[in-house]
Design a binder for this molecule. Structure first.
Ligand SMILES: Cc1cc2nc3c(=O)[nH]c(=O)nc-3n(C[C@H](O)[C@H](O)[C@H](O)COP(=O)(O)O)c2cc1C
Length: 217
C-alpha cells in the first residue's frame, strides 16, 4: 500500500465538517458510493462480530419521512445517501455461529477448530454478565463504523453529517425494524455541501491538544 502523506490526512479532516446544508442536486456517483459501502463493511468490531446493519436510503419519499423524525434537519432529505446505523439488540448463538462459519469459509478452516473461541464469545456476550448491557456494547461498535465512515467520506471528498438528532423508535417504524431484534442508533447523511452552507467556513472548535493529549514518554 502506498501510504497517504500525514498532511493530506489532516487536510481531509480539516475540510470535513458536520454539513448543515447539502446540495440536493448533487449525487454521489456509483463507484464512489460502492467504495464507501466497502469502507463501512471493513469497519473493525470487537471479536470481529459486526453486530450491525447499515441501511442506505436513497429513496426521496423515505428520506422525507425520516427528516420529519430527525428534528426536521434538512440534511436528511437533501443528502444523496442517508445511512442509518442499526444494531442487533441482543447477541445470540446463531449470530456467533454465522460468524464462525464465515471465518471458516474465508480462511479455509474447519469450524470445529474454533469451538473453544465460539464458546468463549458465547460465555462473554450471550450468557455472561455483559449480555445484560449488550445493546450498549453493540452501539459502541456501530459508532466505530460511524467514525470510519466520516473519515472515509472526507478522504474521497464526500461531505457527511453525523446525526444523533433522530427519533430511533420512529426510524425503526419507518424502516420496518420494529420487533425484528434490530434497532436504529444514529444516522449519517452523505452527499455534497451546498455552496452557501456558512458552516463550511466556520473555524473548528477543539480544545488545545495540550489539554487532551497526555504524553507519557
Ligand atoms: C455522534 C454525533 C452526533 C451528532 N448529531 C448531530 C445532529 O443531530 N445534527 C447536527 O447538525 N450535527 C450533529 N453532530 C455534529 C457535531 O455537532 C459536530 O461534529 C461538532 O460540533 C464538531 O464540528 P465539526 O464536525 O464540523 O468539526 C453530531 C456529531 C456526532 C459525533
Amino acid at each position: 500500500m502506498e501510504s497517504m502523506k500525514p498532511e493530506k490526512l489532516i487536510e481531509a479532516l480539516e475540510w470535513r465538517y458536520a454539513t448543515k446544508k447539502f446540495n440536493p442536486a448533487k449525487k454521489i456517483d456509483e463507484k464512489t458510493w460502492a467504495n464507501l459501502e466497502k469502507a463501512l463493511v471493513l469497519t473493525p468490531s470487537s471479536y470481529g462480530l459486526q453486530p450491525w446493519k447499515f441501511i442506505v436510503v436513497e429513496n426521496q419519499q423515505i428520506k422525507d419521512q425520516l427528516r420529519a423524525v430527525s428534528w426536521n434537519q434538512s440534511q436528511v432529505s437533501d443528502c444523496s445517501h442517508h445511512v442509518v446505523f442499526v444494531i442487533k439488540e441482543k447477541m445470540d448463538e446463531e449470530h456467533i455461529t454465522h460468524f464462525i462459519e464465515q471465518t471458516a469459509k474465508v480462511r479455509g478452516m474447519d469450524p470445529a477448530t474454533m469451538e473453544g473461541y465460539k464458546k468463549m464469545m458465547i460465555g462473554d456476550l450471550v450468557t455472561g454478565p455483559r449480555s445484560k448491557v449488550i445493546s450498549e456494547w453493540a452501539a459502541r461498535q456501530v459508532y466505530i463504523a460511524l467514525g470510519n465512515f466520516m473519515t472515509s467520506a472526507a478522504v474521497v471528498g464526500v461531505d457527511a453529517c453525523p446525526l444523533e438528532g433522530i427519533d430511533p423508535v420512529k426510524y425503526d417504524e419507518i424502516l420496518g425494524l420494529t420487533g425484528t431484534g434490530w434497532k436504529s442508533v444514529c444516522a449519517c447523511p452523505a452527499g455534497y455541501r451546498a455552496e452557501d452552507d456558512k458552516y463550511a467556513a466556520a473555524k473548528k472548535v477543539r480544545f488545545d491538544s495540550s489539554e487532551i493529549i497526555i504524553n507519557k514518554k
